[in-house]
Design a protein around this ligand. Structure first.
Ligand code: CMX
Length: 435
């Protein structure tokens, strides 16, 4: 059975569970809301459902019930590689099942057809000023491609059906995840390589082909595979996943929805933190280490300078996590294996030794530990992808996997348009007075 048929069976088997919960247990309370949460970004309020991944504050992310090491161990690997193909991970995220090699091969073959990006998308991106941020370029590219949405076409033809609409969301989702690395590589070459474009190699899996298209060697193939998988999903309350879900809940098609998600990912408190980390680290070297090697004392001073100027330490802290992010650890282990002597890796490791203590002493953040973004730029830098304003685009390629898997299931289970209720400040004051 192919991926779509398997998914169809899974969705149809799952649907009665959601229907029963709403019909029979709809009034059961699972949370209550405080004024602090209402003003403070809805932090921790249980009000979203996803089965694609779950984020435990202590343990970190589980994709479909599996930790990162379990996920990497379980999925079929790319030939000669330590890492699974992105295609096998896609199958796993959508269905919750570890695919056989034959099932992976089917996705690989399908993506070869889907990955052809229409020329007008490239032409549209080319009209932007070259100094536009690459995230703006990516968002424009995805929005431009909306013209091809199969979900929008179905809706426009008056054929929307609540039970089967997910199938055209799935079609768009697959097109987006297959095409987005090609668009990202195009942007990279356009912006930083004098528009010297490299054609797709149809023999390669998604990660390997991305490496090829940005003119990287074999070593980077696993970087791409690892990077896209690690950044894919972090349950559905984070800004990019939540925005995608919210926009799609209005039945905006997956292109509109993911462009919106990318626009959220572009924020410095979210995906752009990986760019900020490199920016901070390079500026630290320029300002504090002109005539000397970095030391813990110098790093401590620089961290306090940042905090005292009212800025955040990028790559540290998290809205949900209360421990070092396992995505950080996974990338750190990659560095320890493949680039232990890299000076930037050594510096980032030294920051890891110092920053949690400084942030604890500072006393504001609930989580002084590093997140995914503290470690990811180092790897890119090591392999020569030094244009750090591009790093969030890499995050965006990976995040497409989670967001697209999520909205395919959203539609499969017929989730409603999202519409939380607002209150006014006088209302809060009145409730506050009553205690
Ligand atoms: N440096 C300095 N101060 C920090 C901090 C950091 N790294 N992390 C949190 N704080 C501060 C907050 O700004 C907040 O201060 P105020 O009370 O003055 O507003 C206080 O500590 C409490 O915040 P929190 O409850 O611990 O964290 P939030 O859930 O509000 O925010 C996050 C989470 C990630 C936005 C925040 O930790 C942060 O800004 N980190 C740096 C940016 C970053 O790395 N973002 C990437 C996150 C992962 C991702 O999405 O990619």
């Amino acid at each position: 059975m192919g991926l779509k048929e398997t998914l169809k069976q899974k969705i149809e088997e799952f649907r009665p569970r959601t229907t029963r919960l709403v019909k029979e247990f709809g009034k059961v309370k699972i949370d209550e809301v405080t004024i602090e949460q209402c003003i403070g970004g809805a932090r921790d309020i249980r009000s979203l459902v996803t089965d694609i991944s779950y984020l435990d504050p202590q343990e970190g992310i589980r994709f479909r019930g599996k930790t990162i090491p379990e996920t990497f161990a379980a999925l079929p690997k790319a030939p000669g590689s330590d890492y699974p193909t992105v295609e096998s991970f896609w199958y796993f995220l959508l269905t919750g099942e570890v695919p056989t090699q034959a099932q992976v091969d089917e996705v690989l073959t399908e993506w070869k057809v889907r990955q052809e990006v229409p020329q007008y998308v490239f032409d549209t991106i080319r009209t932007l000023p070259r100094d536009s941020h690459p995230m703006a370029m990516l968002s424009v590219g995805i929005t431009a491609m909306q013209r091809d949405s199969k979900f929008a076409a179905l809706y426009n033809a008056g054929k929307f059906n609540k039970l089967s609409a997910w199938e055209s969301v799935y079609e768009d989702a697959c097109d987006i995840v297959a095409r987005i690395p090609v668009i990202a590589a195009f942007i990279y070459n356009l912006k930083y390589k004098g528009d010297k474009q490299i054609a797709i190699d149809p023999a390669l899996d998604m990660g390997a082909n991305f490496a090829h298209m940005i003119d990287q060697g074999d070593a980077y193939k696993d970087v791409a595979r690892m990077y896209f998988i690690l950044h894919s999903d972090h349950e559905s309350g984070n800004v990019s996943a939540h925005t995608t879900h919210l926009v799609h809940s209005a039945l905006s098609d997956p292109y509109y929805a993911y462009a919106a998600g990318l626009n959220g990912l572009a924020g410095p408190l979210h995906g752009r933190a990986n760019q900020e980390v490199l920016d901070w680290t390079i500026k630290f070297q320029e300002k504090y280490c002109k005539d000397q090697e970095p030391t813990k004392e110098l790093i401590t001073r620089a961290l306090w300078d940042t905090l005292n100027s009212g800025q955040v330490i990028p790559g540290y802290g998290h809205a949900v996590l209360r421990k070092t992010d396992p995505r950080y650890i996974s990338q750190r282990e990659f560095c320890q294996k493949h680039l232990p002597e890299d000076p930037l890796f050594k510096l980032v490791s030294m920051i890891f030794e110092v920053a949690p203590g400084v942030l604890t002493e500072h006393g504001k953040t609930k989580n002084p530990w590093p997140n995914v973004d503290a470690q990811s730029g180092v790897i890119q830098w090591h392999y020569g992808v030094k244009e750090w304003d591009f790093y969030t685009v890499l995050f965006g390629v990976g995040r497409a996997l989670g967001c697209m898997a999520n909205i395919t299931w959203d539609r499969g289970l017929g989730y409603a348009i999202e519409r939380p209720k607002s209150v006014t400040t006088p209302m809060l004051e009145e409730w506050a007075a009553k205690g």
